[in-house]
Design a protein around this ligand. Sequence first.
Ligand SMILES: Cc1cc2nc3c(=O)[nH]c(=O)nc-3n(C[C@H](O)[C@H](O)[C@H](O)COP(=O)(O)OP(=O)(O)OC[C@H]3O[C@@H](n4cnc5c(N)ncnc54)[C@H](O)[C@@H]3O)c2cc1C
Length: 397
Amino acid sequence: MQDVEFVVVGCGPAGGTAAREAARAGVETVVLERDPIVGTKRVCAAGLRAGFCAMFDLPLSIVHCNPPTISLRGLSGKRFDFPIGTAHTTTREELDGTIAALARQEGAEITTSALFRGYERDGERTIVEFADLQNGERRKLRARSVLLAQGSSARLETQPLAYENWSAGLITCYQYRVYLDAAAIEDTYHVLEMHYYLTGAGRNVIAWMFPKRDHLSIGLGVAGKMSGKELRAELDAFLPTVAARLFPGVGYTVREEGNLLYGGAPRPCISDGNVMVAGTAAGLVDATTGEGIHEAAMSGRVAAAAVAGAHHGRHANPGTQYERTLKSMFYGRLRHRHKLMTILERKPKRFDVLFEQLARAPRFAAMLQRDRNDFSLAEWAYLYAQAALFSVRALRV
Ligand SMILES: Cc1cc2nc3c(=O)[nH]c(=O)nc-3n(C[C@H](O)[C@H](O)[C@H](O)COP(=O)(O)OP(=O)(O)OC[C@H]3O[C@@H](n4cnc5c(N)ncnc54)[C@H](O)[C@@H]3O)c2cc1C
């Protein structure tokens, strides 16, 4: 059995960033990725928050568009625009592929067609078992630290990582890559559109239109399980509404994609000794927007720092270090977002109430885009006042 210092499972933004930064810090790192080519099978609208490429030292060549505005629509269909700095759009083959290439340059070994099966304790170390899908063999690695970053398909059923509410947080998504025969209207390439409405059967839908260099990502997600056929029918009803506004009369072809998103509360426990959980597998997704790439990459960064700290003898337990840092960074905001989404979805007319309030209070709208660990006391007071105001208005609906 091969001994390795750090094994990373999954080469999405969480795993790829962890591998890149751990290898850069001198940690021997092996990534196990299920897919034969990193990123090609990821279904995602791939919107990146402003400053993402600079924050993670990624080339701007992966950026397709720089939309400065997010446009929100609730049940009324009324449009509410909010500035979001210079956000980026890209594709996951470019994002994940680029991070993986940079991780390799730093010395990380990325093994593709490697399906993680499980782990078990071996004293201070952890044995990771995986299937080598190319050769049809079961193989094992013994690692000092392990990062699990398999995304929404992560099945972590052993204690203490198991989370009984995990399945309830899953959202079924369907997306079209819409390739147009001619350009859409100019406005299309300057906004990220998010729509919140109900299916005919009364189920909550989040839908989006994100512009790309050569196509538009138009898709939707519905909480819980929904058959591919029903989802496609919903998307086929949504697409013409976008087409009529943004590319009337322009011919197009579509490529269909489906995937699971996670929209529940973050996983309560994300470390088990030297085993850590990152990104969507840790439940680090903003339930109101589906944004999780930033949280994934940041959790990979924090894991790499914790593993590098253990490598250089600064502490003995990377898992404890990792969990403490990550919870202080993200859990406050993500738990509140999940709670907010539950309140909104219970009475979907509340989406318009919230958007109207955000439009009237741009400072509130700007604060919601930040993490809470850097708020001043005055900002906290302002946030609570706005939250109280929203509660009163929402109760009237
Ligand atoms: C339709 C859709 C649209 C979205 N749009 C956005 C958006 O615009 N902006 C945004 O910020 N977020 C968006 N998200 C969320 C975003 O995709 C996730 O938050 C992000 O991908 C999480 O990164 P990750 O590295 O944790 O996991 P993933 O990106 O899911 O990567 C997991 C990796 O692990 C691999 N893997 C899985 N199981 C195994 C296994 N058993 N063995 C080995 N490898 C395995 C997978 O092949 C994959 O490469 C969207 C999600 C969906 C579904």
